[in-house]
Design a binder for this molecule. Sequence first.
Ligand SMILES: [Zn+2]
Length: 81
Amino acid sequence: MNLVNGNGNGNSQRNNIQVSADELTVVECECGGSVFQQAHQIHKLSAAHPKNPTGEPQFMNLPVHICLNCGHVKTNQDLTE
Ligand SMILES: [Zn+2]
């Protein structure tokens, strides 16, 4: 993860896969809910971090998904596990 240069849009891996809806599986929360609302977590690299040469705190927005049934927050990484 490149915090300093990350733009948080996460779209670099998205490509032109051609699939129909019936080839996809619905991602479900542990509660069984399958409807999520997209939101963002703001991740911060402190100004004092040894890997931060800028002297300023750096921020990156990471997309997360909130289960509308139970409120559980899932990251993209959670969804791939
Ligand atoms: Zn849930």
